[in-house]
Design a protein around this ligand. Structure first.
Ligand SMILES: [Mg+2]
Length: 519
C-alpha cells in the first residue's frame, strides 16, 4: 500500500500535536467553527468539526487537556479573563457551588449564524400601544423627537460616540422587579436608556436572568407590562436561551424540568425537531420509574414511542425537575446506555455517552419558604454523585446561566446584535456595566468576564459596604437608578442630564457650543 507524499514519518518520532489555525480577529460573531468531541481517551476519533467560516470558538478546557483552548479576543481588554474561567471551582468563594467544570470535550453552543428575528419581537407595554391609537384615521405622528435627537447627537458627537460605546446588562429579579412587582427606579432607568436623556439617545441594554421554564416572548411581554417600557426578545437572555443554538446539532433530545409540558413548547420554539420528555418514556414503559404514580391525564397528553429503537442524542435540563426520582432514573439510564438508546447498557460509559446540558447551576433559590429551596445545581450534584458511584468516572456536562462563561459569551453576541438594531453597528461596546443583586452569580460572573459590576441593595444582597467574597468592582448602590446614573456620569460627563427636553433643539434654540446642526 502506497504512502501519500505528505504523510508524516511513520515511526521515527511522535507526530506533533495538531495545531489549529488561529481565528482572524474580525470582531464579528457571524460565523463560528464548532468543535465537538466526546470522550477523553478517544476524543480524536470522535471529534468532528463543522467548519463554517473563519472564526473559531472553542470552550476553554481543563488544565492538562490535550484539546483546543482557543477563544478569540474580540474585546481585547477583557479577553484574558476567559482563561481563568476553567478554574472557577477553585475560587474559595465558589467552592460550595461546584461551578465550571464546563470544559472537557463538551461543545460550546454559541450561535454560528445571526438570528433571524429583529424588532418584530419587541413587546410593547399597553401605554405604547395606546399612543398609536390616539389619532384614528389620521397619519401617524411624525417622529419629530427622533429628528431632533439625531441633530443633538450630531452636535454633541463625542458624547454620542461614548454613549454608543457603553451598555448595561441587567439582572431582573431584585434589580428591576420583585416577582410581579415593579421596583420604581427600574422603570425610570429604562425610560432614560430608551431615550429620555440629554441626547435623546438609546443606550444599549440587555437582560440576563437565570430564570427558566417559559418561552422568551411570554417573559418579555410580562416584563414589559410591569416595567412600562418595551422589551425585545432580542435583548433578553434567560438561562436556557443559549440552548437554542443546540437545535442545529441534535435532532432527538430529552428535555427535562419545568411545569407540565411548557419546556417542550420552549424547545419546539427553539427549533428542536424531535423532543422527548420523561412522561413520553413513562407512558411507553411505566416500569422504568417504579415509584411514579402516572395519571390518566398525563398518559393522554404524552407521546409514547418504542424508545428501545430510538437514539436520544442529548439531554437538556431546561428547568427545575418536578420529580427528582423519575428524572434522575431516566437520565442515568440514558447516560449509561449505548448512544442514548434505552434498555441498553454501554460497554464503555465514556465513548458511548450522550452529552448532558443544564440551563443553570444555582444550588439554592429563594422562595416563599423561609429557608431557600434546592434548585437545578442541587439536582446536578446529586446526578453527578450517582453517576460517579455507578460508573467510577466523572460526568462531563455543560452548565449555562450566570456565572458560566458560555452565557457571557452568548451575552456578547446578543449585545453586538442589539447594537446593530439600535445604532447599525454590530459590535460589543467597550464599557459594559452589569447590575445585579446577587454577588454569587451576577457580580462574580461580571467580574470574571471583565465587565464593570454594580451591586444593588434592593434584592439578595443585604451586606455592608460591599460583598466580602465577590465585591462589585464599580460599587454598591442603593438601587438600579443610582447605579445607572453613576455609570452614565462616568462615561458621558458629570453634567449629563437624565431627561430629554425639546428646548435642546439645536435648530430652534441653538446650543451650548453656539453652532447649529443645520445651517
Ligand atoms: Mg436577582
Amino acid at each position: 500500500m502506497g504512502t501519500p507524499p505528505d504523510s508524516p514519518p511513520t515511526k521515527a518520532q511522535p507526530a506533533p500535536a495538531p495545531v489549529r489555525p488561529r481565528p482572524k480577529k474580525t470582531g464579528s460573531w457571524n460565523s463560528y467553527q464548532f468543535v465537538h468531541s466526546r470522550g477523553s481517551s478517544t476524543s480524536s476519533q470522535f471529534a468532528h468539526t463543522l467548519s463554517i467560516d473563519v472564526n473559531t470558538v472553542a470552550i476553554p478546557l481543563s488544565p492538562g487537556s490535550h484539546n483546543t483552548v482557543e477563544v478569540p479576543a474580540v474585546r481585547s481588554p477583557d479577553a484574558h479573563a476567559a482563561e481563568y474561567f476553567h478554574s472557577l471551582s477553585l475560587s474559595p468563594s465558589l467552592k460550595e457551588r461546584r461551578l465550571s467544570r464546563n470544559s472537557f470535550s463538551a461543545s460550546l453552543p454559541i450561535p454560528r449564524s445571526k438570528r433571524q428575528s429583529r424588532l418584530s419581537n419587541v413587546a410593547f407595554p399597553d401605554v405604547q400601544a395606546a399612543l398609536g391609537a390616539v389619532r384614528p384615521g389620521m397619519p401617524p405622528v411624525q417622529p419629530t423627537r427622533e429628528i431632533l435627537s439625531s441633530q443633538v447627537q450630531d452636535v454633541h458627537s463625542e458624547m454620542a460616540r461614548r454613549a454608543k460605546n457603553m451598555a448595561f446588562v441587567f439582572d431582573i429579579d431584585g434589580v428591576l422587579v420583585h416577582g410581579d412587582r415593579l421596583i420604581p427606579e427600574g422603570q425610570r432607568v429604562l425610560e432614560i436608556l430608551n431615550g429620555d436623556n440629554q441626547l435623546g439617545i438609546k443606550i444599549p441594554h440587555i437582560f440576563l436572568t437565570n430564570g427558566s421554564g417559559k418561552p422568551e416572548l411570554a417573559r418579555t411581554t410580562q416584563l414589559s407590562g410591569i416595567l412600562h417600557n418595551p422589551v425585545s426578545t432580542e435583548q433578553f437572555i434567560q438561562s436556557h436561551t443559549p440552548m437554542r443554538a443546540l437545535a442545529e446539532y441534535y435532532s432527538t433530545v430529552l428535555v427535562v424540568g419545568g411545569e407540565g409540558y411548557r419546556c417542550r413548547d420552549v424547545a419546539e420554539e427553539y427549533g428542536f425537531k424531535d423532543i422527548v420528555v420523561p412522561n413520553d418514556i413513562i407512558a411507553w414503559d411505566p416500569t422504568i420509574a417504579p415509584y411514579r404514580v402516572f395519571t390518566e391525564e398525563e398518559r393522554a397528553s404524552s407521546r409514547p414511542r418504542d424508545f428501545s429503537k430510538i437514539n436520544i442524542e442529548a439531554i437538556l435540563v431546561f428547568s427545575d425537575s418536578r420529580d427528582y426520582a423519575t428524572d434522575l432514573q431516566i437520565i442515568m439510564d440514558l447516560l449509561r446506555s449505548q448512544n442514548g438508546r434505552l434498555r441498553t447498557v454501554a460497554a464503555d460509559p465514556e465513548s458511548q455517552r450522550i452529552p448532558i446540558y443544564f440551563s443553570q447551576g444555582d444550588f439554592l433559590c429563594p422562595t416563599e419558604h423561609p429557608i431557600p429551596r434546592m434548585s437545578q445545581g442541587a439536582f446536578r450534584i446529586g446526578l453527578e454523585a450517582m453517576y460517579k458511584a455507578q460508573t467510577g468516572v466523572d460526568l462531563e456536562r455543560v452548565v449555562y446561566g450566570k456565572p458560566e462563561l458560555a452565557t457571557y459569551k452568548y451575552a456578547d453576541e446578543v449585545l453586538a446584535s442589539w447594537m446593530d438594531v439600535l445604532h447599525g453597528e454590530e459590535r460589543v461596546p467597550e464599557n459594559i456595566y452589569m447590575i445585579g443583586d446577587n454577588p454569587a452569580s451576577d457580580i462574580v460572573g461580571g467580574n470574571m468576564y471583565g465587565w464593570n459590576t454594580c451591586l444593588v441593595r434592593t434584592g439578595v444582597f443585604q451586606g455592608g459596604e460591599n460583598d466580602e467574597e465577590n465585591p462589585a468592582n464599580f460599587g454598591v448602590f442603593a438601587n438600579v437608578l443610582d447605579a445607572v446614573k453613576t455609570a452614565c456620569r462616568k462615561q458621558l460627563g458629570h453634567d449629563f442630564r437624565f431627561e430629554w427636553s425639546d428646548s435642546m433643539n439645536p435648530v430652534l434654540h441653538g446650543n451650548a457650543e453656539g453652532s447649529s446642526a443645520i445651517e
